[in-house]
Design a protein around this ligand. Sequence first.
Ligand SMILES: *[C@@H]1O[C@H](CO)[C@@H](O)[C@H](O)[C@H]1NC(C)=O
Ligand SMILES: *[C@@H]1O[C@H](CO)[C@@H](O)[C@H](O)[C@H]1NC(C)=O
Ligand SMILES: *[C@@H]1O[C@H](CO)[C@@H](O)[C@H](O)[C@H]1NC(C)=O
Ligand SMILES: *[C@@H]1O[C@H](CO)[C@@H](O)[C@H](O)[C@H]1NC(C)=O
Length: 563
Amino acid sequence: MFGNRYLFVSVAIFYLLAFVHGQEQIVEEIVEDVQDVVYENAIVPEGTAIHKLTLSNFASFIKSNDLILGEFTVPWCVHSKILLPELVLAAEKLESEKDIKIFQVDCSIDGPLCDQLGISYYPSLKAFKNHRLLKDNEYTGRRTAQDIFDFMVNQVASPVKRISSEEELNDQYLNKETMDTPVVVYYGLIEDFDPIFDKAANDLFNSFTFVAYQACNETMSGKVVFYLPPVAPEELEQNKHTVRPEEDVFQFENTTATDVDTFKNWLLYTRLPYFDNANIENYRLYMESKLPLAYFFYIAPQEYMEYKEYFGELGKKYRGKMNFLALNAMIFHTHVQFLNMKEQFPLFAIHDLRYNMKYGLPQLSDEEYKAQTEMIKLDRDDMTALVQEFMNGTATAIVKSEEIPTEQHGNVTKIVGLNHDDMVRDPKRDVVVRYFASWCAQSRKFEPIYNNIADMFAGDDETKDKIVFLDVDASANDILSFPVTGFPTVAIYPAGSTEPPIVHNTAAARNNILLFIKEHSFYHLDGFELVKKYHLDDDEEEEAGEIVQDINPTEEDVAHDEL
Ligand SMILES: *[C@@H]1O[C@H](CO)[C@@H](O)[C@H](O)[C@H]1NC(C)=O
Ligand SMILES: *[C@@H]1O[C@H](CO)[C@@H](O)[C@H](O)[C@H]1NC(C)=O
Ligand SMILES: *[C@@H]1O[C@H](CO)[C@@H](O)[C@H](O)[C@H]1NC(C)=O
Ligand SMILES: *[C@@H]1O[C@H](CO)[C@@H](O)[C@H](O)[C@H]1NC(C)=O
């Protein structure tokens, strides 16, 4: 229905998932270019197959259905408007053919419900099975009716095709004429590997076909083999810049690995070429293979051709450790801000997706760049050295940070990327941190509440030396040790602890934060006592009226806890 535009949108959505929310604005810009948006409002009108749930009928609906998919959204969400026609189609087909229901919750009305379920972006699609929300059942696949349908149906049936004849294998799955996704065949008889194969299939069935075939053939049994589909001739013509491996059949060698991630990661990079030119479609695949990604941004096509072989060789050499991708700067120039680099092309940079760390070749100052009369030339030795340094752990990451503040106001101390790690660890005091984004409305709304909490603890002799309150604009600072995924996020680093921080995960409201501090601070500091002692309750309720209401759990809320 949406043709190529749909792909564009799905990449935009993918950006949203792949990068911290601080960069979400970019996505909005991209999406707003899309003209094909069909629904004016993301909330489904009456009379479709989608069930509308609210706080009052949510629990009973979950209890009376074994398998359901929920969409959590708000009326104005652009992504949801785009998704809605597909979701309606999926709901009709699922309900009529499989008796599986899809429902929708409007988080602008039932915010507490959405908070309770940990909804941090819209739309969130979550599957509930046997009356519980399953952790891995977040739907993150392509947002088409067919893919959503397949996802739900596969929650019931195992996505592994179990077959019993070599003929079936060859005719149906390994037939080059009909093969369109990579096929992974497990030929059986590997100790402890069955559950790993099943788990990988459950997670990745949208992208690969998983076949289990117990071969009575000595040469094949005990093997796991990956078959790439042939490249269509027209695609070969279009993508003659792609550097592909010489072969299209690969064997998984690490069958003694006992964790599913090793196997999944192998699948996710084995489908990739050694080097390629990014487009809307393949970019998603690189993001999914969470390997560090080396970017070569170029302006002129001949630049690409000049470096193609060089990067192809690096891609081959670092297979499984790093992917290499070229980006046309004319199209993707704004992407460099995710890499903390300036728009000076060509450029070479590495993004370590696991830790959101960025590395790049040095760039010119703005003055130098302006004065530049010739094209910048990237030195192969410099790039090779950066890759090697990255691999041996000696490369220096580029950290985005504001200046360390020279003066502080109030009882909340402002910190930045450069001093975050030093400031959050205190042997004697509990440290609470608010991670916010200046552009995020919810972050701003929470600020006075947070400041009041800090004032309260600072004003009492018992507590003032036991706890400190910090805040940091996580959209202007890279926090390498703590990747923030939503705003505002509150975390506590208990006094003396070297463990990862404990993250607050209910609605950002005063009583929730006080409870969180009481439970998780080293000293178990009780803010409710302070509220009582200083009679702070009344003003507070007025100030944060709407929020306070949300956090007094009703019976309905309590019932959801069991989800
Ligand atoms: C066993 O499988 C291999 C690889 O598919 C094939 O070359 C060989 O002919 C098969 N052997 C028998 C006895 O079927
Ligand atoms: C095999 O898997 C283990 C994890 O189970 C991993 O640490 C190791 O690096 C893998 N070996 C190879 C050769 O990829
Ligand atoms: C890391 O790699 C760089 C670049 O090749 C090299 O100069 C450096 O000596 C290496 N350091 C270590 C500790 O291996
Ligand atoms: C810090 O907290 C104390 C105690 O509540 C309060 O008296 C003081 O005004 C606060 N400081 C600022 C600058 O708000």
